[in-house]
Design a protein around this ligand. Structure first.
Ligand code: 13P
Ligand code: SF4
Length: 408
């Protein structure tokens, strides 16, 4: 991975009484036992090209240095945090949200010159696409990707599209889940398609069916299947496209199967959400009669069907936060969010359906030392880890993302 370092415009002098941004009021005095990066990033796939001094910083040193750098940057810099970020990162976030809300934020706030995105790569790409040209998006650790997004290699999707066309399966609207490469969002923009997130997938599917007979939904088969069911599409009108099969195999489908299909599902999944099971839900109901089971729609169909409710990370957070004292929730989503909701709602029972902790390992790669490095570089007038797309991708992906924001 090539990390770009660019000189920036000189910083304006910020006086002591300059109104600082919201992050300055965040509880950044909490040293949450952050282990130095050198101890945590023993894995080969974490970004290595970060200056030596950051490897050994402890939690309290990092907190002090981030606070000082942010004071210098003031309102020029904003930190966005996805709900799955670890606690010692989320404490620095000016705004936290699900992927829809964070994309919406980037589209609507041109005043922030630097958007430091604490999330994963596809989210930072969406922020770069939707923000204004003068804004720059930074991902503190470039190795924070998404294994589900990686299951849709753009070349495989283009090949699928060509195979469908050659087989006479036409009138197809492509829908890509937000968790995908920017080039696939651009592909959707060029081909009459759209992006969806877990918060608006049913409305996006309605949008697509107003324009075509069927949809090609990638990369998450589970979100696609769960959404199709919500829109009254029967399982026998859905086909599963196995992208690992060679060109010409029609993704493992007979031509008549595809002809009948209204939803063609890419065979991708999230390994975090695949861990949740109906047995866990049954156990939760046995242990706590009357408990509400709430899951993310990336879970398998049987799990979503057995749950009381499903929705995006913000939907889950709002449902629990707004519930009355004494409410009980068994939750099927990433552990950092569930643990935070449990901590922030001490008057309710909130726990994770999966007894084995299931963090998203790529979200976890945003270690505070990376954030410190990225922000200190900005304060010094340099930019590292900028997420920046070429003009053609940006233009076409923006079409699909703006369609998504309009559908809500
Ligand atoms: P949300 O859009 O619900 O925040 O989900 C993003 C994600 O990656 C879930 O795994
Ligand atoms: Fe990707 Fe799953 Fe992590 Fe979400 S939880 S970012 S889908 S790997």
């Amino acid at each position: 991975m090539v990390i770009k370092t660019k000189p920036l415009e000189p910083l304006p002098v910020i006086s002591e009484d300059t109104v600082l941004n919201e992050a300055m009021e965040c509880p950044t005095d909490r040293d949450l036992d952050t282990r130095p990066l050198a101890e945590e990033s023993s894995f080969a796939f974490w970004q290595k090209d970060i200056p030596e001094e950051y490897w050994r910083l402890d939690g309290s040193q990092i907190i002090a240095r981030i606070a000082a750098a942010r004071k210098r940057l003031g309102r020029r810099c904003v930190v966005l945090g996805h709900h799955y970020q670890r606690e010692d990162i989320i404490q620095f976030a000016d705004f936290r949200g699900d992927s829809f809300k964070l994309a919406q934020w980037a589209a609507e706030r041109p005043e922030a010159e630097f958007i430091v995105f604490c999330g994963v790569h596809f989210m930072a790409e969406a922020a770069d696409i939707l923000s204004q040209p003068h804004q720059k998006t930074v991902l503190p650790n470039m190795s924070a990707g998404c294994s589900m997004a990686d299951m849709a290699d753009p070349e495989d999707v283009y090949a699928c599209w060509d195979e469908l066309t050659e087989a006479g399966i036409t009138d197809v609207i492509p829908i890509t889940y937000m968790n995908s490469a920017a080039s696939l969002k651009a592909f959707c923009g060029r081909n009459g398609g759209i992006v969806c997130t877990s918060s608006n997938a049913p409305n996006v599917m309605d949008w697509a069916f107003q324009r075509g007979k069927r949809v090609l939904f990638f990369p998450d088969q589970h979100l696609g299947r769960n959404t199709g069911l919500k829109r009254g599409i029967a399982l026998d009108q859905m086909a599963l496209w196995d992208y690992t099969l060679p060109f010409g195999s029609l993704g493992g489908n007979a031509p008549e199967q595809l002809e009948r299909a209204r939803v063609i599902l890419w065979k991708g999944h999230c390994s975090v959400h695949n861990r949740f099971s109906v047995q866990q839900i049954e156990k939760a109901r046995r242990d706590h009669p009357g408990i509400t089971v709430i899951v993310h729609p990336e879970c398998q169909m049987e799990v979503v069907q057995a749950a009381d409710a499903d929705g995006s990370t913000s939907f889950i957070a709002d449902a629990i936060t707004e519930a009355p004292a004494g409410a009980q929730f068994a939750v099927g989503t990433e552990i950092n969010l569930v643990s935070r909701l449990a901590r922030e709602n001490p008057d309710k029972l909130v726990y994770c359906l999966d007894p084995v902790v299931c963090p998203c390992s790529t979200m976890y790669r945003i270690h505070p030392a990376y954030l410190c490095w990225a922000i200190e570089e900005l304060a010094e007038g340099r930019i590292v880890n900028q997420v920046e797309l070429d003009e053609d991708t940006r233009r076409d992906a923006r079409i699909a993302l703006e369609r998504m924001l309009a559908v809500k």
